[in-house]
Design a protein around this ligand. Structure first.
Ligand SMILES: [Zn+2]
Length: 302
């Protein structure tokens, strides 16, 4: 190989963006990459979301392939170094783009990608993504908006290597209008997507506070050992508590304000939940959550 060519190859690989991802083994069969409790920016480059791999014996199942092509590739390569086996399926838990922009990496490998039908109407493949606007060009390089190859709107049951897998689409709005849960009953493991945030205040912007609380109440009754959220690294059955407690407190406070005749502007300005004010992103998310909750709850007493 001539020297110039060797230098060029060296330069090209040095240019590829690396996140420095670390796989965390969370039970006998499941590994997760945990993102930071932040919103996407040019420093974290989208590494503010969780992406997980479940071992079914001879395959991996990927839940949320992450925010970019580079992220999906790096996580995949990390997992191959732990156990070399193909990916049987990728599941996108919902349409927020920090969770699924890594789809393109797996589509190129011919992997089946599952998601809710909301992708068909909510995702415009020609528009700039939120991620694209907010992270560095270098980290985003190679990322192509890639829709699921299979749509699930109720329950889809399958098995991989004999391991039962259930994809369960919620029939009502919770975190978004269509949230998809991944349930591995033999492993007593549930991937709850963004129904569960356990290290930061959740965003109610596209959600419904009543539907979200109802979904979490159901999850709390399931026979689970491991619950993995879309954000945060708590993974036991108490992982739902932060989101659940915050949303219930928020609902009570907003209902009281509505009952007392407080209008939406004053409610948004004045309702605070001091028990949660020390949680990451409270200052950024809480006021908009009050407003979103108010818009849902103000119709209840009519
Ligand atoms: Zn989300």
């Amino acid at each position: 190989m001539n020297v110039l060519w060797a230098l060029l190859l060296g330069t090209t690989s040095a240019l590829a963006f690396e996140y420095g991802l670390e796989a965390n083994k969370i039970n006998e069969k499941v590994y997760c990459f945990f993102g930071k409790p932040e919103v996407m920016n040019e420093t974290n480059n989208g590494n503010m979301v969780n992406s997980c791999y479940a071992d079914t014996g001879h395959h991996w199942i990927v839940v949320d392939p992450g925010p970019t092509y580079a992220y999906a590739k790096e996580a995949y390569e990390k997992m191959q170094s732990i156990k070399q086996m193909p990916v049987a399926m990728v599941v996108d838990t919902h349409v927020h783009d920090d969770h699924w922009l890594g789809n393109g990496f797996f589509k190129a490998k011919g992997v089946d990608i599952f998601g809710g039908s909301l992708f068909k109407t909510e995702v415009n493949p020609d528009a700039k993504t939120r991620m694209q606007k907010r992270i560095s060009k270098k980290a985003y390089a190679g990322t192509v908006v890639t829709l699921p190859t299979h749509y699930v709107d109720t329950i889809y049951r399958t098995a991989v290597d004999g391991e039962p897998v259930q994809l369960m689409a919620l029939s009502h709005t919770a975190h978004t209008a269509e949230d998809l849960l991944v349930y591995l009953p033999n492993m007593q493991t549930l991937f709850a997507g963004d129904l569960v945030f356990n290290d930061r205040i959740p965003s109610l912007r596209d959600g419904d506070i009543n539907g979200w609380i109802a979904a979490l109440a159901k999850i709390r009754k399931m026979p689970l050992r491991t619950i993995v959220g879309g954000h945060g690294n708590a993974v036991d059955r108490h992982a739902v508590n932060l989101t659940y407690d915050y949303l219930v407190s928020l609902r009570n406070a907003v209902k009281n304000a509505i009952d007392e005749g407080v209008d939406i502007e004053d409610a948004t300005r004045t309702i605070q939940l001091p028990a949660f004010s020390g949680i990451a992103l409270y200052d950024m998310m809480h006021a908009q959550n009050v407003e979103a909750a108010y818009r849902t709850l103000e119709w209840e007493d009519e």
